[in-house]
Ligand binder design. Structure first.
Ligand code: HEC
Length: 320
């Protein structure tokens, strides 16, 4: 089949694949190998998210109100602040109904050090869907709602088929982040050692890439220099690559990043100096790097919103 049809097929399964790849990624940090891919059949269960059902949204709001979420989260200025503001949580491209359901049921699946309680035991699956359907409707401009990642998604022609073909030939994956969202998710982690700095040249021209996984590929700073212009990225995986402190200068202006994984790289405190402008960053993984607790604490001063994870202890406790 042609790249174009391949891409269309991807649209159908992307929601689920993206979701499972997120979970796999979360599980894969650190050390352990990513578990085997889920069987394709699971993709068939992906729901079409055409129009949020008004009844479901209303039910979801009720559940949100009854489960004490607002003790930690604010929506439209009301609620606590020990968790992130959710006023615009639905505007984040990666926050699909599936992602949100996992977040609420088992926050540790997204962040092993999550301090949010899991609701898997107290919110049944049906209610989880309702609460997540409600949360995806929240697109108000909160503190995190000003980035270009929140711009409405236009149905475009899709990415250049030649680039899609190249990525697939390497053994990687490219597709929209969700059925109703044409932002792109590129996973080259799957392609591993096939990927080189040169492979990234063709990615540079793609628009609207919000998630890029280069984990465990042998890319270096020269590769980072090629993707420097990908300013829509919200999630970037560089774990297990050969990048150095100097290379981080090329991601200094990726202001939409909310997730950055540098696990098992040669990064030191000096490299963190390039990250101080990433004010949307929420999760930074620094396990098995040369970063010191002092270096992490220093970055935390510039990025108080970020959860900077060194793998053994949190550099600063969250406000009660
Ligand atoms: C005890 C405080 C607390 C409670 C109660 C709580 N959360 Fe959270 N929540 C957090 C924290 C802290 C985070 C930040 C990320 C993490 O640690 O997982 C978070 C993250 C989230 C996120 C991801 C937001 C983002 O931008 O990354 C969502 C969505 C969310 N919570 C929804 C809920 C819902 C829905 C409920 C109620 C069923 C709830 N939370 C209850 C503390 C809480």
């Amino acid at each position: 089949m042609t790249s174009k049809t391949r891409f269309a097929t991807m649209v159908a399964v992307a929601g689920m694949v993206f979701q499972s790849s997120l979970i796999l990624t979360a599980l894969a940090v650190p050390g352990s190998k990513p578990p085997a891919k889920k069987p394709k059949a699971a993709a068939a269960k992906t729901k079409t998210a055409a129009k949020p059902d008004a009844q479901l949204v209303a039910a979801g709001k009720k559940i949100y109100d009854s489960k004490g979420c607002s003790a930690c989260h604010a929506i439209g200025g009301k609620g606590g602040n020990s968790g992130p503001d959710l006023t615009a949580t639905g505007a984040v491209p990666t926050h699909t109904v599936q992602w949100l359901s996992v977040q609420v049921a088992n926050p540790k699946a997204h962040n092993p050090d999550s301090t949010m309680p899991g609701f898997a035991a107290t919110i049944p699956a049906k209610d989880l869907t309702a609460i997540s359907t409600y949360l995806v409707t929240l697109k108000g401009s909160g503190p995190s709602g000003s980035s270009s990642a929140t711009a409405p998604v236009k149905k475009g022609p899709g990415p250049d088929p030649a680039v899609v073909a190249k990525i697939e030939k390497l053994g990687g994956m490219i597709g929209p982040v969700a059925q109703n969202d044409d932002h792109l998710d590129i996973n080259l982690h799957l392609a591993g050692a096939n990927v080189s700095d040169a492979s990234l040249t063709s990615l540079a021209g793609l628009k609207g890439v919000v998630r890029l996984d280069l984990g465990t590929t042998p890319i270096t700073d020269a590769g980072l220099a090629k993707i420097k212009g990908m300013k829509d990225l919200t999630e970037l995986h560089l774990e297990g690559t050969k990048i150095t402190d100097a290379g981080l200068a090329d991601i200094a202006d990726m202001k939409n990043l909310t997730y950055l994984n540098l696990y098992n790289t040669g990064i030191t405190d000096a490299g963190l100096a390039h990250l101080t402008k990433l004010t949307n960053l929420k999760h930074l993984y620094l396990w098995q790097t040369k970063v010191t607790p002092e270096g992490a604490a220093k970055l935390k001063q510039s990025l108080p919103q970020a959860d900077i994870n060194l793998g053994w202890e949190q550099p600063a406790a969250k406000k009660p």
